[in-house]
Design a protein around this ligand. Structure first.
Ligand code: TEU
Length: 542
């Protein structure tokens, strides 16, 4: 059996969802409290970012104990109650498995540092570092105590890469998945999993192909098969997703091919780099629609033809809010938010909603660098100053690009701290909370539209399972595609701009049926005029 293609995942950043203790940090009991809200929305699975014990140097992606709960978030009893209560709503959980690295405070690293050779082989230690750069800036190698050796950390220096070549490491990590399976967990998200395959002999990054020497190594597929077989692959109804850093379609096809027994699906990020200048995140340019459209079409078509499966998403805890990046929010927040939603929820793959997206939350619009806490932002700010940018220029870039943009507390109502906490929130609330909050939006335009999209996917096999084909490929303004299943066809037109546009309609759709739109329908004909940020889904007749 394979996973259910009708399912929709909702991502919760636990630190920022709902605080029930007043410590300023969201907690598991807060999630329990909000389950009726999530059941109303109609989602099937909740992906939780890490809530395990951690020194929080990278907000929990630096794990010091994989099978316990950070007391800030609650207890194991809370966790069990949360899983059990969610099941009464038919909601399952997807946990974040950060297996490329662990915190340097994890006992494995501590024992290694203390000289235990068994644990030293858990890490990647070398006498001479390569030229690899940490994703958070600076060298990816730091001195390993005073041994004269260096340990690898592709992320922060407190996140030591694990040595997957060592079978004992693999066994420990497989045990972690099984521990959580034992608690009733059905879903797993594997953090930067395509980076786990390091060669025995490490080489400098090749300059010409721009691809780091440690990405998508063929051995990753073998490791995933082992992981699958030893753990979640034993559950018929498991659903897994691998986060793939700088990956390729070819690899994602392999990772997600049903008969290879690796993962259910993959996340890739190419479509969220279309506003990077020359591939550099810390820059400010408008998004490139042509590239975005081509990426969606190329991936959509190839994954469909070869039967691969992708996770579809606009937002997550590492990305600024898509509304700020792609939409004229001053004039068309509702239209833009609903159009973006339809452009992935009606497409082929599993849609992921990031908390607050369903109410059209925006970037927080912080005024000062002091409001940011993310290690990546703080390092990037310093780097930009060193490169000669003024403080103002650097702050403008951080404001647009910081990961904290999506990590601000969920906006529940217009009371103090947006109803998130009675204490001081760990990260400031976004400026918009009095206008944009759950209480208001539940009867607004965006939330009901998400509900409808989720409902349609459940009801219509065409949406859940249909093939994907690009449409209007040459359009400079609309991103459109067709879905097809057993002779049924659906055309989805998405106007990515605030200007109207008239297009011709193929005859099968001229007297088709409007399935969904974010505007009142004007009826169908030989041509159709799309309003600003309009989305329009038409079922073909006959
Ligand atoms: O992110 C992986 C990753 O590559 C991101 O750091 C991405 O490059 C960056 O956010 C783009 O600006 C995962 C987690 O999602 C992230 O939160 C962690 O910090 C990271 O792994 C390390 O575990």
């Amino acid at each position: 059996m394979t996973f259910d293609k009708r399912k929709v995942v909702y991502q919760i950043y636990p630190k920022s969802y709902k605080d029930t203790t007043g410590n300023g940090v969201g907690d598991l009991r807060g999630i329990i409290e909000k389950l009726p809200y999530l059941a109303d929305l109609g989602i099937d699975m909740i992906w939780l970012n890490p809530f395990y014990p951690s020194p929080q140097r990278d907000n929990g992606y630096d794990i010091s104990d994989y099978t316990a709960i950070n007391p800030d978030f609650g207890t194991m009893d809370d966790f069990e109650e949360m899983v059990a209560t969610a099941k009464t709503y038919n909601i399952d959980f997807m946990l974040d498995m950060v297996f490329n690295h662990c915190s340097t405070e994890h006992e494995w690293f501590q024992k290694a540092l203390a000289g235990d050779p068994y644990y030293q082989d858990f890490f990647i230690l070398r006498d001479t570092p390569t030229d690899w750069q940490s994703k958070f800036g600076g060298s990816a190698w730091s001195p390993f105590g005073n041994t004269g050796q260096y340990y690898l950390h592709l992320f922060d220096k407190t996140q030591a890469d694990l040595n997957w070549r060592n079978p004992n490491v693999r066994e420990e990590l497989f045990k972690v998945v099984n521990f959580w399976r034992g608690k009733g967990v059905k879903g797993f998200r594997f953090d930067v999993i395509n980076l786990i395959g390091k060669d025995e002999i490490l080489i400098d990054c090749p300059v010409d192909d721009g691809k780091p020497a440690y990405t998508d190594k063929p051995i990753v597929h073998d490791y995933l098969k082992m992981l699958n077989q030893a753990s979640f692959g034993q559950d018929d109804d498991s659903m897994t997703v691998g986060e793939m850093s700088s990956t390729t379609i070819e690899n994602c096809l392999l990772y997600s091919a049903e008969d290879r027994h690796e993962l259910s699906m993959t996340f890739n990020f190419h479509h969220l780099k279309v506003d990077y200048k020359d591939g550099q995140k810390w820059s400010l340019i408008p998004f490139d629609f042509e590239t975005l459209k081509d990426l969606f079409h190329t991936w959509g078509e190839k994954m469909s033809k070869a039967n691969g499966w992708s996770a579809l998403f606009w937002n997550n805890h590492d990305q600024p809010r898509a509304l700020n990046r792609f939409i004229d929010i001053k004039n068309f927040r509702n239209e833009g938010a609903t159009m973006l939603a339809a452009s992935i929820h009606l497409s082929r793959g599993t849609p992921y909603i990031y908390m607050g997206e369903e109410i059209g939350m925006l970037d927080p619009d912080f005024d000062s660098m002091d409001d940011y806490v993310d290690v990546e932002s703080i390092n990037a700010y310093q780097m930009m100053l060193e490169q000669g940018k003024t403080a103002e220029e650097a702050l403008d870039i951080i404001k647009a690009k910081s990961r904290d943009n999506s990590r601000t507390p969920m906006q529940w109502d217009d009371s103090a701290n947006a109803g998130f906490t009675t204490g001081t929130p760990w990260l400031k609330i976004g400026k918009s909370y009095q206008d944009i909050n759950v209480e208001k939006e539940i009867s607004g335009k965006i939330y009901p539209f998400y509900k409808e999209l989720i409902r349609l996917r459940k009801e219509m096999p065409l949406i859940a399972e249909g093939s994907y084909r690009p449409a209007y490929r040459d359009s400079r303004q609309i991103y459109a595609f067709e879905r097809e299943l057993n002779g049924e066809r659906l055309l989805v037109l998405n106007n990515f701009y605030g200007e109207v546009l008239t297009v011709d309609l193929a005859s099968a759709y001229q007297n088709g049926q409007v399935l969904l739109s974010n505007y009142e329908s004007d009826g169908l004909g030989k041509t159709i005029t799309l309003k600003p940020y309009q989305t329009l889904a038409i079922l073909a007749k006959g």
